[in-house]
Design a protein around this ligand. Structure first.
Ligand SMILES: Nc1ncnc2c1ncn2[C@@H]1O[C@H](COP(=O)(O)OP(=O)(O)OP(=O)(O)O)[C@@H](O)[C@H]1O
Ligand SMILES: [Mg+2]
Length: 267
């Protein structure tokens, strides 16, 4: 029998400025695995994460962490209950040292050993102000901040934004390692194929609703299928429409209607 989910959402809705953005989302995040959430820009991925972490208030449904309801708890209590959150576009505190960045994020007795083992470069630079780190190292510090309190579940929202491919691969390796350590990871990633490589189960959001869930393997390299799930129409139809509406532009741009290469930005 499959292990009980570390995080379980049932019928979750989340509003932004009183407008329903996420609707009726039911999903499970298994311990020791990476669960991937995909979707086009504006699909509601970050809103969903904010709802889980308590930065936005869920209006419907239940969120259970290790079986206990957390949907009414404030963010710090959800964190204390074992939820780590790497927010989209979050940066480290530039005027604090690396170690101070980690220490201020720590609740209770969590130690820095795991973070320094995962990121030896952070240990070497622990007395440096975070503002002096490279973009990749800063992202490691942000990820480290989510790990210092020994979370059971880690939510990661597009941590690869603006980073070099080599660094992105390195960070993806670390995410896989977190899962191997038994942590339940919920991952949003702009490079869909990279996420699908390390993920077990994938959910696709469109207009705030889950339109697909299944094994990651099913979606690996399946650009047409992903496009269809993201936008609700076939990629070939979109290309034909583009050709009809702007034949000159289509001819001159040619490759614009082609599916992206594996590892490139999502459709
Ligand atoms: N603070 C806010 N107030 C009002 N509307 C918002 C707010 N934040 C997001 N939205 C709207 O909610 C919808 C979903 O946004 P969200 O940021 O959750 O999408 P996303 O899937 O994370 O997109 P991206 O891939 O660009 O990060 C969008 O239409 C967005 O304009
Ligand atoms: Mg987002």
């Amino acid at each position: 029998m499959a292990a009980a989910p570390a995080l379980a959402l049932a019928g979750v809705g989340v509003d932004r400025a009183d407008v329903p953005v996420v609707r009726d989302v039911t999903l499970d995040v298994a311990p020791g695995a990476v669960t991937v959430v995909l979707g086009a820009n504006g699909a509601g991925k970050t809103t969903l994460m904010d709802g889980i972490a308590g930065l936005a208030r869920p209006t419907t449904g239940s969120i259970r962490l290790d079986g206990a309801p957390i949907e009414r708890l404030p963010p710090f209590k959800r964190a204390r209950a074992g939820l780590g959150y790497v927010e989209q576009a979050r940066t480290a505190f530039r005027t604090l040292t690396v170690e101070q960045n980690l220490l201020v994020a720590r609740s209770g007795s969590g130690d820095l050993g795991t973070v320094y083992r995962l990121f030896p470069e952070l240990e070497r630079r622990r007395h440096l102000h975070a503002g002096h780190l490279s973009g990749g190292e800063q992202q490691m510090a942000v990820l480290g901040r989510a790990l210092v309190s020994d979370p059971k579940v880690v939510l990661i929202d597009e941590m690869s934004l603006g980073l070099a491919p080599k660094v992105v691969h390195r960070l993806m390796g670390t995410v896989a390692e977190l899962a191997a350590m038994g942590i339940a990871v919920l991952l949003i990633e702009q490079f869909a194929n990279l996420a699908l490589e390390i993920g077990s189960r994938a959910y696709v959001l469109r207009k705030g609703r889950v339109v697909h869930s299944g094994p990651c393997a099913e979606l690996r390299g399946a650009e047409d299928r992903l496009h269809e799930l993201y936008f609700g129409g076939r990629l070939a139809d979109a290309a034909a429409r583009l050709a009809r509406e702007a034949p000159g532009r289509e001819a001159s741009r040619g490759a614009s209607a082609e599916p992206p290469e594996a590892g490139s930005r999502t459709p």
